[in-house]
Design a protein around this ligand. Structure first.
Ligand SMILES: Cc1cc2nc3c(=O)[nH]c(=O)nc-3n(C[C@H](O)[C@H](O)[C@H](O)COP(=O)(O)OP(=O)(O)OC[C@H]3O[C@@H](n4cnc5c(N)ncnc54)[C@H](O)[C@@H]3O)c2cc1C
Length: 569
C-alpha cells in the first residue's frame, strides 16, 4: 500500500469520469500536486462511469466533423453513413423538452457550449472514440442511418473510457488512492476557505491539507435509505445498475460541513429497463451495461396483470429509456414483460439480448408464451393475450388505413395504433407492428436506477459550490458530475451524463488550479497554520516527485512537493 500524502494543491474526491476530467484539467491548468481519492477498492475503479456504454452527447457538424476523432470508420464505410449535424439548437430543444423546461439555463448553456470541446479534449488525451453504429444507427437499404442525436461512444464503453482516463491521469501526474473515502471537509476559521479533508484510508483515519477540493463522488443511487427518503416509497427496492459506492455520503458531508446549497431534482432520477435477473444492489463488472434491456420500441411491455402501461413508441429510445424504469417500478411487483414476434426479434441488439446475457421465454403461440410467463410472475395470462390481440387489431387497422407508411426505426415513422376505425386508450405512437408471427419472445425486466438528479448548487461563473447560508461561493470547494444539481429534471437526453462530467470537470479543475496556484479566482486559501485541523494518521511532509511531465516539475516549490508514491494506475 502506498503512503497517502499529508497535503496537496488540489484534492479530487471521486474517481469516475468527472473526477478524472477534473484532476487532469487541474494539472493542465498548473496545479502542481493533484491527488484523487476514491472510496472504492481498486478493483471497483471508475465509479458509474465504468458501467456506461460510453455514449456521449455532443453538438457537432455531422459526419465530417466527427470522423477525425473516431477510429472505426474508413473511407468506404463513411460513404454509407447518414449522420446529420446535431446543433446547439437541437441539443437545447432536447434538454428543454425532456427536462420539463426546468434545467438551469446557465448550466445547460455551459453543457451545450462545452460539449464538442469536451469530447475533443478527451480525444486529445487519448480517449478512444467510435461512431456508435451498433447503438445509434440502423442499417436501412444499405445505409447506416443515425437517429436520436447521439452519435459517438468510447471504444469498449465505460471500461475503455476509464482505462484511457486513468492512463491520461497518470501521464499528467495525478496521484490516485483507492480505498480512501472523504469523511469531513475542513474550513479555515478566518476565510471559511476549504483547507483540509479528513479521510478514511484503508480503514485508518488521516487528513490531507489542500488548497482546493473538487467533489465528484456521484449521487445517492446506491443508498436504499436515501432513495426511499428522497425518491419515495418503494425506491429502496430498485435495482442498482452501477457502482455500489455512490451512496451520497459526500452530498451529506458538504451540506453538514460547508452548508452547501442543494439544487436540482431531489426526487428525480434516471431509471431504465433492466434485466430482472440482474443482481439487486450493484452492477456486475463483467456484464456491465448489457443488463440494460432497451428493445421495447420494437414491441410492447406488459405488466404482471396483463396490461400495457406506457406508449413504447412515444419517442426515440434515447428520450424514454431514462423514465421507463420508474414506470416499471410502479407496476405490480415492480417487474414487467417485454414482448416481440419474429418480425422484430432480429432487430434486438445482441449486446443486450444475446442468449448469454438474458433469460429468454419463447412460446409458439401467445397463449403458450403467457403460460410460460406465468412461471416467472405473470398473474393474468388471459389479459396478457387479450392485450396483445387488442394491440394487433389496432396496429392492423392503422396499416390498412395507411398502406403507404413504412416501418422505419431510424425516424419517428408515425406507424401507430390509432386510426379512424380502431384505437387504443394507451397508444403506441411509432413503430407499431402487429405482434402476430410466432414463435414469440418475452423477457422479464425491472427498473434499474442509474443515477440521481439531486445535487449541489454551483456558481456557473466560478464553478464553486454555493453556501446555503450566505448564498456566496464556498471558497475552495468545487463540484462536478452527478453531484452537480440543476441540470436534469424528470428525464435526461441519453449520453449527457458523461458529457456533463467532462464539461464541468474541466471547469472545476481549472478553477481549483487557479485558486491553488494563486493566479486569481476566489479568496486565497489560508496557510496551514490557520487550519482547524489537527494532523493525524499517515503521511509526512516532503518527498520525491514522480510521474509528472518534465515541464510540470519546473517551478515546483518544496512545500508543494508530495510525499508518497502514487498507487499503480
Ligand atoms: C449501467 C450504466 C450505463 C450508463 N451509460 C451511460 C452512457 O452511456 N452515457 C452517459 O452519459 N451516461 C451513462 N450513465 C450515467 C453515467 O454513469 C454518469 O452520469 C456518470 O458516469 C457520472 O460520473 P461521475 O464521475 O459523476 O460519477 P461516478 O463515475 O459514479 O464516480 C463517482 C466515484 O466517487 C466515489 N465516491 C463516492 N463517495 C465517495 C467518498 N465519500 N469518498 C471518495 N470517493 C467516493 C465512488 O466510489 C465512485 O468511484 C450510465 C450509468 C450506468 C450505471
Amino acid at each position: 500500500m502506498s503512503e497517502l500524502p499529508s497535503r496537496c494543491d488540489v484534492l479530487v474526491v471521486g474517481g469516475g469520469n468527472a473526477g478524472f476530467s477534473s484532476a487532469i484539467a487541474a494539472r493542465e491548468a498548473g496545479a502542481q500536486h493533484v491527488v484523487l481519492i476514491d472510496k472504492c477498492p481498486e478493483d471497483w475503479a471508475g465509479g458509474n462511469s465504468f458501467f456506461t456504454a460510453g455514449a456521449m452527447r455532443t453538438v457537432h457538424n455531422g459526419l465530417q466533423d466527427l470522423l477525425p476523432i473516431v477510429n472505426n470508420v474508413d473511407a468506404e464505410l463513411a460513404k454509407k453513413i447518414d449522420l446529420d449535424p446535431y446543433t446547439y439548437a437541437d441539443f437545447r430543444k432536447d434538454m428543454d423538452r425532456v427536462c420539463l423546461g426546468r434545467s438551469d439555463p446557465e448550466l445547460s448553456k455551459i453543457l451545450l457550449d462545452g460539449s464538442r470541446d469536451a469530447v475533443q479534449w478527451l480525444a486529445d488525451h487519448g480517449v478512444r472514440f467510435q461512431l456508435s453504429l451498433n447503438r445509434q444507427a440502423f442499417l436501412i437499404n444499405g445505409r447506416h442511418k443515425f437517429w436520436g442525436g447521439l452519435a459517438i461512444k468510447t471504444e469498449d464503453g465505460g471500461k475503455g473510457l476509464i482505462d484511457d482516463e486513468r492512463r491520461a491521469a497518470k501521464k499528467a501526474g495525478v496521484e490516485v488512492y483507492f480505498s480512501t473515502s472523504a469523511t469531513k471537509l475542513h474550513r479555515g476559521p478566518k476565510t471559511g476557505a476549504i483547507n483540509a479533508v479528513s479521510v478514511d484510508h484503508h480503514s485508518k483515519p488521516a487528513t490531507i491539507e489542500t488548497k482546493a477540493v473538487i467533489l465528484a463522488a456521484g449521487g445517492f443511487e446506491a443508498n436504499p435509505r436515501m432513495r426511499a427518503q428522497y425518491l419515495g416509497e418503494g425506491w429502496d427496492l430498485a435495482y442498482v445498475r452501477g457502482t455500489p459506492y455512490n451512496t451520497g455520503d459526500l452530498l451529506d458531508i458538504a451540506m453538514r460541513d460547508c452548508s452547501a446549497k442543494q439544487a436540482g431534482h431531489w426526487s428525480g432520477c434516471h431509471c431504465t429497463c433492466w434485466d430482472a435477473n440482474a443482481p439487486t444492489d450493484s452492477g456486475n463488472r463483467e456484464v456491465s451495461n448489457e443488463f440494460t434491456k432497451s428493445g421495447y420500441p420494437l414491441g410492447v411491455m406488459i405488466n404482471t396483470h396483463g396490461n400495457r402501461f406506457v406508449d413504447e413508441g412515444i419517442d426515440y429510445r434515447n428520450y424514454t429509456y431514462a423514465i421507463f424504469g420508474r414506470a416499471i417500478l410502479q407496476q405490480p411487483n415492480g417487474s414487467v414483460f417485454q414482448v416481440w414476434d419474429q418480425k422484430t426479434i432480429p432487430w434486438l441488439r445482441s449486446e443486450e439480448y444475446r442468449d448469454e446475457v438474458v433469460t429468454k421465454i419463447y412460446g409458439s403461440t401467445l397463449e403458450e408464451l403467457a403460460a410460460k410467463c406465468m412461471e416467472v410472475g405473470l398473474q393474468n395470462p388471459e389479459k396478457f393475450v387479450q392485450t396483445v390481440k387488442d394491440f394487433n387489431r389496432a396496429a392492423h387497422a392503422f396499416r390498412k388505413e395507411n398502406p403507404d407508411k413504412e416501418w422505419n426505426l431510424a425516424v419517428k415513422d408515425g406507424l401507430s395504433t390509432q386510426s379512424s376505425s380502431d384505437s387504443l386508450s394507451l397508444p403506441k405512437t411509432n413503430w407499431a407492428l402487429p405482434i402476430d408471427e410466432g414463435p414469440f419472445l418475452a423477457v422479464k425486466v425491472t427498473g434499474g436506477i442509474t443515477f440521481t438528479f439531486g445535487g449541489l448548487a454551483t456558481n456557473p461563473k466560478s464553478s464553486a459550490v454555493i453556501s446555503s447560508t450566505t448564498n456566496q461561493d464556498v471558497p475552495g470547494l468545487f463540484v462536478s458530475g452527478e453531484m452537480l444539481g440543476g441540470l436534469f429534471y424528470g428525464n435526461y437526453p441519453g449520453g449527457s451524463g458523461l458529457t456533463s462530467g467532462t464539461v464541468f470537470g474541466r471547469r472545476a479543475g481549472a478553477a481549483a488550479a487557479k485558486l491553488a496556484t494563486g493566479s486569481g479566482g476566489q479568496l486565497q486559501p489560508e496557510s496551514g497554520s490557520g487550519s482547524d485541523v489537527q494532523q493525524q494518521g499517515s503521511g509526512s511532509g516532503h518527498g520525491q516527485v514522480s510521474g509528472m511531465k518534465e515541464g510540470m516539475k519546473e517551478g515546483m516549490t518544496e512545500g508543494m512537493a508530495r510525499v508518497a508514491k502514487p498507487s499503480k494506475l
